[in-house]
Write a protein that binds this ligand. Structure first.
Ligand code: WT7
Length: 663
């Protein structure tokens, strides 16, 4: 990896450190004394205690009891492989736990979110206001006929109405399916259709790098293909011109204007569906990951509390978009369940100034920052001088998520953003796990840069080889999880076979995460990235197959093979080999067109970094594309074993092409 430093003296390790040589990383960072003395978890014995079945049950029972139940649960959990159920028989409402509970406890005036718009306007929303607006929208949705058990699609920018929409769904027992605002109309339509959503909540637009994104137009396009949606609720954010479909479209502000500020919460079974969130797998079709009510809420609340060491006076800023699971679990549900004050920022962290993010952190006296390695590397490129004028002394804890963090980025984060006083929690988890699974506990864990350290209390992880045999400490293999956890996925919507096949068939009885992992001789976990055909671009999973499908849907393309190539900022970048149909000639213009075509089909986040036109692809004698070779070529590495290659000249032909990045 060639990440550049900030132009100041950098701590070790030397330039060129990569994920592969993490085991050479030898620096350790014990919890700073001032931090440890007031942390929520100070006794390392918790890890040992929660590792026994009895301790595990005691831990989660105590966390379950922190929630407000309409009817108490009986049994803690059942485990009928591959389906777990948690807090059996309990009834609760997530919005009550996130809102009413705090207002009833006298915290109605506490700020739930400081919202900062990209163009500069701000709003402080208290828990009382958030509750009232949630109730108004809940009533409005009910007035449109949305009922318990329905699915509602949400396609919105980072505005306060987004968590309101999620909470309003939760209040009436409708499952939401949030689709990241950067996805295309096609991607939105596919997700709406898969879940047969009955309503859509969207906005006219949102701001990103100074431009108004045209969300409503995308949504309209999607709805032309998704007849299940009867109503579309539109927040007026930018005021831009929009098309209007009478009867179907409703302005959010008009719809909620006359609604009462109270709404009876639907009593939900602990195992009722709270939401769907689509994520990429190894096929072109995204998977609708199912998360339910009681276990999910207990899981995200507990992990948020202990990993971010949440105290009442904290100002917590998770910089992710709510459209990803990080935002669901650690902007909305975990923090609100804990009554935390958070920050929501609408736009790009470096717009209009490179230090916009630091200005915001300083302005609200943020104490906790949670972001992704790709953002940290982007800030490293600007250098620490870019935010020297911003006072970040309020920070006391930093977090990282989304991909392996390279030790040099970790060390830079620690030194320049955290001022060498803030623990860095590198948190490993997935859309499917719902909650953080492998992570430091900042008051007790001695950190090693680049390691997510140890499983959260009660999480039983292991590293196994191909045959499923545990790999002793010091070795590497595949990460598996061996015991259910409360926030785990409950399946793939409408596709139980794929659920079984994807996660539970490779190692029967164990959850296969799809990530490589090494443990050092002290048992620290070092995550090594995906082992399947899934790329991780800026901390987001994109399937190689999905991009290939998008490419071959273009009339000029005969065949395509897509791989992820190491990228200094985004972690991986999308690299495409394309064979053209006869009659088409390679050109820069066509390359640009194909990149736009993919961005149009999936979303800008999937726009390829590079297209390489090739006359052929390396295949085995049985016709399978040898992706390993394509990855080697993309990485400009020497090639591994080529003995199974049907036609060796193909590789030379491809390597002979010069490839330049197209940005
Ligand atoms: C995949 C899950 C979890 C929220 C954001 C991404 C990678 C995530 C880490 C980390 C190394 C990580 C894994 C995982 N990943 N966090 N701290 N260290 N890798 O959610 O889109 O479901 O992606 O992201 O490869 O499987 P997601």
């Amino acid at each position: 990896m060639t990440t550049q430093n900030a132009g100041k003296a950098e701590p070790a390790p030397a330039e060129g450190a990569t994920i592969e040589n993490l085991l050479r990383e030898e620096r350790t960072f014990p919890p700073p004394a001032g931090f440890a003395s007031r942390a929520l978890i100070t006794d390392p014995a918790i890890l040992e205690q929660a590792s026994t079945e009895e301790g595990f049950r005691a831990f989660w029972d105590a966390e379950g009891k922190r929630l407000e139940w309409m009817e108490p649960y009986g049994e803690l959990y059942t485990w009928d492989l591959p389906y777990a159920k948690w807090f059996i028989g309990g009834k609760l409402n997530v919005s009550v736990n996130c809102l009413d509970r705090h207002v009833d406890a006298g915290h109605g005036d506490r700020v739930a979110y400081h919202w900062e718009a990209e163009p500069g306007e701000t709003r402080a929303i208290t828990y009382r206001e958030l509750l009232e607006e949630t109730c108004r929208l809940a009533n409005a949705l009910r007035s449109l006929g949305v009922r318990k058990g329905d699915r509602v699609a949400i396609y919105m920018p980072m505005i306060p109405e987004l968590p309101v929409a999620m909470l309003a769904c939760a209040r009436i027992g409708a499952a939401h399916s949030v689709v990241f605002g950067g996805f295309s109309s096609e991607a939105l339509a596919g997700r709406i259709d898969d879940a047969q959503c009955v309503a859509l909540i969207t906005a006219d637009g949102g701001y990103r790098k100074g431009a108004a994104v045209n969300l409503k137009a995308n949504a309209d396009e999607a709805l032309r293909r998704s007849p299940s949606v009867k109503h579309s609720v539109v927040v007026r954010r930018t005021g831009q011109e929009v098309e209007w479909s009478e009867g179907r479209d409703h302005w959010y502000h008009e719809l909620i204007a006359d609604q009462p500020a109270t709404a009876a919460p639907e009593p939900m079974d602990s195992e009722d569906l709270l939401y769907l969130l689509y994520t990429s797998g190894t096929t072109a079709k995204p998977k609708g990951i199912m998360h339910t009510t009681g276990g999910y809420l207990a899981g995200v609340a507990a992990t948020h509390r202990y990993i971010f060491d949440i105290h009442d006076e904290d100002v917590y800023w998770c910089m992710a978009d709510i459209g990803w699971v990080t935002g669901h679990s650690y902007i909305v549900y975990g923090p609100l369940a804990n009554g935390t004050t958070g920050i929501i920022y609408e736009g790009a962290i470096d717009y209009p100034d490179k230090d916009r993010w630091a200005q915001i952190a300083a302005k609200y006296h943020a104490t906790i920052l949670y972001t992704a390695p790709t953002a940290i590397r982007a800030l490293m490129k600007y250098g620490a001088d870019a935010f020297a004028r911003d006072d970040l002394s309020s920070l006391r804890l930093l977090g990282s998520v989304g991909e392996p963090i390279n030790p040099e980025a970790w060390a830079w984060y620690w030194k320049y953003i955290g001022g060498e006083r803030c623990p860095v929690v590198d948190t490993w988890w997935q859309t499917e796990t719902g909650m953080i699974m492998i992570t430091p506990l900042p008051g007790i864990t001695t950190l090693k840069p680049g390691s997510a350290t140890f499983p959260f209390p009660g999480v039983k992880a292991d590293v196994v080889d191909e045959s499923g045999t545990p790999v002793p400490l010091g070795g590497g293999g595949y990460l598996v999880l061996e015991r259910p956890w409360p926030a785990m996925l409950r399946g793939i919507y409408g596709d139980p076979e794929r659920y079984q096949e994807t996660y539970w068939s490779r190692y029967p009885g164990r959850y296969f995460a799809g990530d490589g992992c090494k443990r050092d001789d002290e048992g620290y976990y070092w995550l090594l990235g995906r082992v399947d055909d899934v790329m991780n671009v800026s901390g987001h999973r994109i399937s190689t197959t999905e991009v290939e499908s998008a490419l071959v849907s273009h009339p000029a393309v005969a065949e395509a093979a897509v791989v992820g190539r190491t990228d200094p900022v985004t972690g991986q970048a999308i690299f495409c080999y394309v064979i053209l149909r006869s009659g088409n000639e390679p050109s820069d213009a066509l390359s640009a067109e194909l990149r736009e075509h993919v961005a149009g089909a999936i979303g800008k986040l999937a726009r390829p970094k590079q297209i390489m036109f090739t006359p052929d692809l390396p295949k085995t004698r049985s016709g399978k594309i040898m992706r390993r070779l394509l990855r080697d070529i993309a990485e400009q590495r020497s090639l591994g074993d080529v003995t199974t290659l049907a036609d060796e000249s193909v590789v030379e032909a491809i390597r002979g092409q010069s490839g330049k990045d197209e940005d």
